[in-house]
Ligand binder design. Structure first.
Ligand code: NOJ
Length: 487
């Protein structure tokens, strides 16, 4: 300030500005940013869950230990040609044995929450029947270690690893019975862990595992069902969610539960009221078989009309279960799924195609659009009135090459993260109830069909030694958490 004043007086002397000029110049200086403010971004709320996320099949390994049954992903990943380089997740990043070290990694980041998934076939090797005590004991050890380190556990009950026995004997999600088995499993886990886990997510990314696992066949179990059968799978999955909500609450009354869905996120191309309205309508329609039916308790007329004779068959009691009120909604937000404009033609919105040079991260599907992390939560609040929102996943695959010193300077991921987080901050500041953020992922891991080729971690994993090495983005995330604002 002192030097500014001197500069000003000198300039005034030279130009002969006079008193009004002096006042104006002084006002301009007062309005300009303070010289010594290196942190101009706005703060996050003091009370906030900053976390990381992983999923059992992608990190645990130890596939034959302690009585674990097989899952559809064991079978699929051992089928030649399904996974890049025919990799499998038999060892993955061996978190089953290294979880203490990995909780240390979370602590080093300064996180206070961790989202992990429970492997159904570890708990019920056959999918149902008698539980496997050793399986549940593993998660008790993990949760206790988290709590000892001040990290709140957020458990996902289904992150795609259906017990193979249910697939082989009961046709997996094609059967209504799977919804009942899932609810029984969810209730059992809640009864065992509900004294220490206060937040449960029912199913992760229903949209992805249904559409890609049962429609295109790209993911496990690799089916290409007819439209009619696919609709029935969708229905069984949302029914499983609803029944599980009830089972969890009955088994552990104090806990909260909700889904973790990758909503189809329609973002207004230009944020004017008419395009915003169009984007909301698009979001509602494009999630018809998942979030919309779960949060509204009925299929939209548009969905039922569009599917016609292939529409799901359902009873009223099922619809009531599907619409069981959620305590919160988790959304996985990676990108704007569509940019949208209002249209005079039906259905009142137009989905714009991505251009050929739209920026992407390492995964072929991953278009960049930081504003997705503003609109996703805002849609949840404005379309469905959700009162508690978690960003259950956000992150990106990046090049992640080690330099000569062994460092991973992932400035691309830092750029991604900075811009997405700024958008989340804006949403929170506007009163959108985002209560926590889970970065996908804590460390590199088995990225489904891409195997170990695409890395999403804040920690780099050397797959030869399984050593974990913090990337630049780990430093960035730690500093953001510490400062409570984007840096
Ligand atoms: C969504 C899935 O839930 C997770 O398993 C996956 O690794 C990430 N997206 C990145 O593709």
């Amino acid at each position: 300030m002192e030097s500014n004043r001197r500069k000003l007086l000198k300039a005034l002397g030279a130009t002969g500005l006079g008193l009004s000029g002096l006042v104006k110049a002084a006002e301009a200086i007062a309005a300009s940013p303070k010289e010594a403010d290196p942190q101009p971004s706005r703060p996050f709320p003091g009370e906030f869950y900053w976390g990381t996320a992983t999923a059992a099949f992608q990190v645990e390994g130890a596939v034959n230990e302690d009585g674990r049954g097989k899952s559809i992903w064991d079978i699929f990943s051992h089928t030649p040609g399904k996974i890049k380089n025919n990799w499998n997740a038999d060892v993955a990043v061996d978190m089953y044995h290294r979880y203490r070290e990995d909780v240390g990694l979370m602590k080093a980041l300064g996180t206070n929450a961790y989202r992990f998934s429970i492997s159904w076939p570890r708990i019920f090797p056959e999918g149902k029947g008698s539980p496997n005590q050793k399986g549940i004991d593993f998660y008790k050890r993990l949760v206790d270690t988290l709590l000892e380190n001040g990290i709140q556990p957020f458990a996902t009950l289904y992150h795609w690893d259906l017990p193979q026995a249910l697939q082989a004997r009961e046709k997996g999600w094609q059967s209504r019975s799977i919804a009942e088995h899932f609810a029984a499993y969810a209730g059992y886990v809640a009864s065992q862990l509900g004294d220490r886990v206060k937040h449960f997510f029912t199913l992760n990314e229903m949209f992805t595992f249904v559409e890609w696992g049962h429609g295109t066949g790209l993911l496990a179990p690799g089916l290409k069902l007819s439209r009619k059968d696919l609709n029935q799978v969708r229905h069984h999955v949302v029914l499983a969610h609803g029944l599980a909500m009830q089972a969890i609450k009955a088994a552990a009354p104090g806990v909260k539960a909700g889904p973790a869905e990758n909503m189809v996120n329609a973002v207004p191309a230009i944020a004017t009221p008419e395009h915003i309205k169009a984007a909301q309508e698009a979001t509602r329609q494009l999630n018809a078989g998942y979030l919309t039916v779960m949060l509204e308790g009925q299929y939209t007329n548009e969905f039922l009309e569009k599917e016609g004779k292939d529409a799901p068959r359902f009873t009223e009691a099922e619809m009531k279960a599907i619409g069981t009120p959620v305590d919160f909604a988790g959304i996985n937000v990676y990108m704007p799924n569509h940019y949208v404009m209002a249209s005079d033609a039906k259905p009142g919105y137009e989905l714009l195609p991505f251009t050929k040079v739209h920026p992407k991260m390492a995964s072929s599907w991953h278009y960049v659009g930081p504003e997705a992390l503003y609109w996703g939560p805002r849609h949840m609040k404005e379309i469905w009135g959700v009162k508690e929102i978690y960003i259950t996943e956000n992150g990106c695959g990046a090049a992640d090459e080690q330099d000569k010193e062994g460092r991973i300077c992932d400035t691309d991921r830092v750029m991604f993260l900075r811009n997405y987080l700024l958008n989340m901050q804006q949403a929170i500041e506007e009163g959108i109830p985002v209560k926590g953020y889970f970065h996908w992922s804590l460390m590199d891991n088995f990225e489904w069909v891409s195997g170990y080729a695409t890395r999403f971690g804040l920690y780099y994993v050397d797959y030869k030694t399984l050593q974990r090495i913090p990337k630049l983005s780990a430093d960035f995330y730690r500093e953001v958490i510490k400062a409570g604002r984007v840096l």
